[in-house]
Design a protein. Structure first.
Length: 359
């Protein structure tokens, strides 16, 4: 009876097999069987190897079962085989070579292109060309038909008889040129247009009344208006009728009756001083001709004297204002009277026109 040495011959055979990584890959029937046996010998689960190799579980199962159709492209599948073999302690290169042999995606030779048969294309080409030609002819014919249908025949002109001057080669008469005429006088400013009735309404003078027109011509012309060309001192514009403006640099001093100085300044050219109303004072200037006096906004002339009572200037301005107001009232009254006379004449003319001669 043989003695039991404490070991199994099959177990020794498996141990020797695992000592040689090439042997399990070469002696296994398939690559999947070799990978499965190696995993079972390592006592590791598919989930553990999936986490270690970062290969999905379904791809590991497909490798062990030999289902290569469930794997992605061959490039990625080779990477999975190498990673799985390395995790099991097998030879990566040997596992990759066996996968290439067992994989149905082995490289094949250059295949002829697939697609439409050249003979069939040649047989259908005349039909396609004929169909395209018919379509183009139909489009062109439709456009020509539309243009022809929209064309209209020329209609005769509305004039039945052609004027004599329109006839080619005919002349209505002989044209004779006389002596040259003198050139018209040069005139750069057109004649002034006066709106009827507007002048009488604005000026209060009837243009038909020659006496009123002549009297208006003899009136004093409007003087230049006050134009401030610098600082203006003194009273407000609404509280003054007299303005003294410097033509050139000169001094102006205004003293009250008790000797107090109301205003004193060296005025520059263009600067002015407005005189207040109802103030008893004296205007003292260094050069009378250097100052111009404006009353009621119009030029009245130079100051004239070195010492001038302010009350005298205010009195002259008030008198001029009253005179201007009286003249304006007179012109208005004359205009009203002229308008009334024209209305009476128009009424009389209308009444005379309505009277019909007897029988």
């Amino acid at each position: 009876m043989p003695l039991d040495a404490g070991f199994d011959p099959d177990e020794r055979h498996d141990e020797a097999e695992w000592n040689d990584p090439h042997r399990i890959l070469t002696e296994s029937a398939t690559l999947g069987e070799a990978l499965r046996r190696a995993r079972e010998h390592s006592a590791r689960s598919i989930e553990d190897l999936s986490a270690a190799t970062r290969v999905h579980i379904r791809y590991i199962r497909a490798l062990e079962q030999g289902d290569f159709t469930a794997l992605p492209s061959q490039v990625f599948a080779l990477g999975y085989v190498r990673a799985y073999a390395a995790a099991l302690g097998l030879d990566e290169q040997l596992a990759a070579e066996r996968f290439k042999r067992e994989s149905p995606h082995a490289p094949v030779g250059l295949q002829p292109p697939t697609g439409v048969d050249v003979t069939d294309a040649r047989r259908r080409s005349p039909r396609l060309i004929a169909a395209a030609a018919v379509l183009v002819f139909a489009v062109v014919g439709w456009n020509v038909f539309q243009r022809v249908s929209l064309m209209q025949a020329p209609t005769p002109p509305a004039i039945s008889d052609t004027p004599e001057t329109w006839s080619l080669g005919s002349a209505p008469g002989v044209v004779r040129l006389g002596a040259p005429r003198a050139a018209p006088p040069d005139q750069t400013v057109p004649a002034l247009y006066i709106t009827p009735g507007l002048e009488a309404e604005l000026t209060g003078i009837d243009p038909e009344d020659q006496a009123a027109v002549q009297a208006a011509r003899t009136d004093a012309p409007v003087q230049a208006a006050f134009n401030p060309r610098g600082a203006t001192y003194g009273a407000a514009p609404t509280a003054s009728n007299v303005v003294i403006q410097a033509r050139r640099a000169a001094s102006l001093v205004v003293r009250m009756g008790d000797g107090r100085v109301l205003f004193a300044r060296q005025l520059a050219a263009g600067e002015a001083w407005r005189a207040p109303l109802e103030v008893s004072a004296t205007v003292d200037v260094s050069e009378p001709d250097a100052f111009a006096v404006y009353m009621n906004g119009e030029y009245d002339g130079p100051l004239g004297a070195a010492l001038t009572p302010l009350s005298q200037l205010n009195s002259r301005a008030q008198a001029a204002a009253r005179r201007t107001a009286a003249e304006a009232a007179a012109r208005t009254e004359r205009a009203v009277q002229a308008a009334a006379e024209r209305a009476e004449q128009a009424t009389a003319s209308a009444a005379a026109a309505t009277i019909q001669p007897a029988g």
